[in-house]
Design a protein around this ligand. Structure first.
Ligand code: CP
Length: 311
């Protein structure tokens, strides 16, 4: 396997297990590159990439920008705030105008699920989904699985529990697709009100008992409560959520096994995860962030060079 079959990365389901392994293999190489004194390669010289962020981001935006610069691409950054979106310009008009400036690839984050898929029907260049509403965040899932592989040797057969606000989480859905494709077992744990109805049909276990999920898993991926996406109250108070579903040292110490702790960020410290766990030796949260750059270099490289690789 030398090339990706899809021209875009909108969903993890655009990738077969073999293609995910190709992304990992390519990211292994780029991880070595970004740890060299000279962290740049000329792979995407003369390629211009637009990062279109219609929603807030720290990690994903900076990680894509760094990945592009490490590949020697030319980069333009667009944020909806301060743009002509506030004057009523549509998504398609915004993107077509940016592409008229001879942009070759688009990375887009948007608050609406399906926005990236919608754009694929209107523009003719590779698009990478950097998170669309509560739908998917494919590069986050790739960097999460890559971090598990790095820490534990492989993803196959590992038990990964995903904790928290599954209902509003694009990270959860992309992680489920990615981990299942790579042969991991997945359990979801959170309040019943934050569990999508019928999610078991994706082949995952579901529980609302934190201790049960922790005793079962090798890896705990703890998600943020996404208050900004919640139109109604799903639990009585953050304090109650923390008491029932928060992961802290006390609860981990009571489980007689080593569990790897992950979090996609941003962390609500003291809500879903205590600082003593987030900053402990069990946590690979900053390794996830480091791996994000290598994974995004791999995705951009594989999409940008796709036709040449197929020849
Ligand atoms: N993990 C993640 O998507 O973080 P940002 O929202 O800061 O990009």
């Amino acid at each position: 396997m030398k090339a990706l079959s899809h021209p875009n990365l909108i969903s993890i389901r655009d990738l077969s297990a073999q293609e995910i392994e190709l992304v990992f293999f390519t990211a292994d190489h780029f991880k070595e590159v970004i740890n060299r004194p000279i962290k740049k390669v000329p792979s995407l010289r003369d390629t211009t990439i637009a990062n279109l962020f219609f929603e807030s981001s720290t990690r994903t935006r900076l990680s894509f920008e760094l990945a592009e610069k490490r590949l020697s691409a030319d980069v333009v950054n667009f944020s909806a705030s301060g743009s002509s979106v506030s004057k009523g310009e549509t998504l398609i008009d915004t993107v077509r105008n940016i592409l008229a400036m001879k942009v070759d690839m688009v990375v887009m984050r948007h608050p609406d699920a399906g926005a990236c898929q919608f754009l694929t029907r209107h523009i003719d260049c590779p698009i990478v989904n950097a998170g669309d509403g509560a739908h998917e965040h494919p590069t986050q899932a790739l960097l999460d699985a890559f971090s598990i592989r790095e820490k534990m040797g492989s993803v196959q057969g590992k038990r990964v529990a995903i904790f928290g606000d599954i209902l509003h989480s694009r990270v959860a859905l992309s992680n489920i697709f990615c981990l299942k494709a790579l042969g991991a077992e997945v359990m979801l744990c959170g309040p019943a009100t934050l569990m999508p109805r019928g999610i078991e049909e994706l082949g995952v276990g579901v529980t609302n008992k934190v201790r049960e999920a922790l005793e079962w898993c090798d890896v705990a991926n703890v998600l943020r409560i996404q208050l900004e996406r919640q139109q109604t109250r799903y639990f009585p108070s953050l304090r109650e959520y923390t008491r029932e579903f928060g992961i802290n040292r006390k609860v981990l110490d009571e489980i007689k096994k080593e569990i790897v702790i992950m979090h996609p960020g941003p962390i609500n410290r003291g809500v879903e995860l205590s600082s003593d766990v987030a900053d402990s030796g069990r946590s690979i949260i900053l390794q996830q962030v480091e791996n994000g750059v290598a994974i995004r270099m791999a995705v951009l490289y594989l999409l940008a060079t796709r036709p040449q690789l197929i020849e």
